[in-house]
Design a protein around this ligand. Structure first.
Ligand code: SF4
Length: 110
């Protein structure tokens, strides 16, 4: 699978995998999933895939389904995931949850 940037939001990546698999299951040999963000029109994100990616896509989604079935719902905040969440900055710090705690930085220094 070819991506135009190295780090992908987990929800965006999973959504891309679902769309890619749906495309491949229709019999397509290859395809491309493209995101155009309204708030960042210059930041087009494109992922190309081929039928050779099918097994990896299925494995990724099966692993995600297994985690859900096991009751694992670890939050994975990000700008993409949290962008429309009504809890953000009210009862949840959203992507700031991923920032290191001040004491973590202190501990790393010593
Ligand atoms: S803002 Fe908090 S509750 Fe909302 S999606 Fe992000 S992590 Fe989840």
């Amino acid at each position: 699978m070819a991506q135009d940037r190295p780090r992908r939001d987990p929800l965006e990546r999973r959504t891309t995998s679902v769309l890619a698999l749906a495309c491949l299951r229709t019999g397509a040999e290859e395809g491309e999933v493209v995101y155009h963000f309204l708030e960042r029109p210059e930041a087009v994100v494109s992922t190309r895939f081929t039928v050779a990616d099918t097994e990896a896509l299925e494995a990724e989604l099966s692993a995600a389904i297994a985690r859900i079935n096991e009751g694992q719902f670890r939050p994975t905040p990000s700008e993409f995931t949290c962008s429309g969440c009504p809890a953000r900055d009210r009862v949840c710090a959203g992507p700031r949850l991923l920032a290191p705690e001040p004491m973590d930085e202190y501990a790393e220094a010593y």
